[in-house]
Design a binder for this molecule. Structure first.
Ligand code: PMP
Length: 300
């Protein structure tokens, strides 16, 4: 278990900075009972010049707002206000490499009705800098991702993460590092908290939008590919096609870019260090710390 706060930690709760250990919420909240809340997972980095930068802050806070509105939750904040609050919060906690977790939640309400207001908490904790080239062992989950006809899956809603918890716990209980979930059509969807890409013959492939949370890191990877001259294709594909890949990786704000060693105990044949994916990982690492990156790809 991580240690998220101590006696000195400060969080931001509905307009004020308060000690984490003194902050409270209503146990009759509709969010607590039904998983009806929305949140974000954001990271800040110490740049190579020593400054603190929130990576894709606007994109994340804009998504928080969209998620809330998708869930019919009143949303009374704006992105630039929340970014400056977050910067102040990081400063108060003396953090540079951090994880930032805003949660929009509902008042006391045991019914299913819409609420007249929402609450917002922003928590921050220390995050270790980029892990490097560790690879993960992955299993195909017996759980499918939530069906978009049952949930608004592009919203980052708390309740959706019960599915993620089930899949991740199943994978770990079976000795794997992480799960990979299929969608309701048996196409590859995503990991419990990350998107997936595979590499084949120098090209990258990722599931098309529709049955996934289209991540901000996924969009960043696509941009990096375009800058580096790597063809990138968004399409639906099966687990068999993925198993036929040269290599593959997960990407997300928390995971960053992490190579996949094996899927259902079948190893990907290409050494990670020789892959285009490895170059993308390196480019991402430079981007988040605002360091210039010279690609060694012949195409670039
Ligand atoms: N899919 C799921 C289910 C996630 O929870 C996340 C993490 N937010 C992602 C993908 C990756 O999204 P992002 O790159 O925006 O962090």
């Amino acid at each position: 278990m991580g240690s998220y706060y101590n006696d000195d930690t400060v969080l931001w709760l509905n307009g004020t900075f308060v000690k984490a250990k003194e902050a409270t919420m209503d146990l009759y909240s509709q969010s607590f009972h039904y998983g009806y809340a929305v949140f974000e997972g954001i990271r800040s980095y110490k740049t190579h010049l020593g400054e603190t930068r929130i990576f894709k802050a606007v994109e994340h806070y804009d998504r928080l707002q969209r998620s809330a509105l998708d869930m019919n939750m009143p949303y009374t904040w704006n992105t630039s206000e929340l970014i400056s609050i977050t910067c102040e919060l990081l400063q108060k906690n003396g953090l540079q490499d951090a994880y930032i977790r805003p949660v929009v939640y509902a008042p006391a309400n045991m019914k299913f009705d819409q609420n007249e207001r929402s609450f917002l908490v922003i928590e921050v904790w220390k995050m270790e800098p980029f892990l490097g080239e560790q690879l993960v062992r992955v299993m195909t989950s017996s759980f499918q991702r939530p069906n978009p006809k049952g949930f608004k899956i592009t919203a980052k809603a708390s309740g959706h993460y019960v599915n993620s918890i089930l899949a991740s716990q199943e994978a770990k209980a079976k000795g794997y590092d992480e799960a990979l979930l299929l969608d309701m059509n048996n196409h590859v969807a995503e990991a419990p908290g990350a998107n997936v890409f595979f590499e084949k013959d120098g090209r990258l492939f990722t599931p098309a939008a529709g049955n996934i949370l289209p991540g901000i890191t996924r969009a960043t990877v696509i941009e990096l590919c375009q800058e580096m001259g790597v063809p990138v294709i968004e399409k639906f594909f099966t687990i068999e096609e993925l198993k036929n890949a040269d290599t593959a990786f997960f990407c997300g704000t928390a995971a960053e870019i992490v190579g996949i060693e094996s899927l259902d105990d079948e190893k990907f044949p290409m050494p990670w260090n020789q892959s285009v994916s490895r170059q993308i990982q390196e480019a991402y690492k430079h981007l988040v710390t605002e360091k210039e990156f010279k690609s060694s790809l012949a195409l670039a």
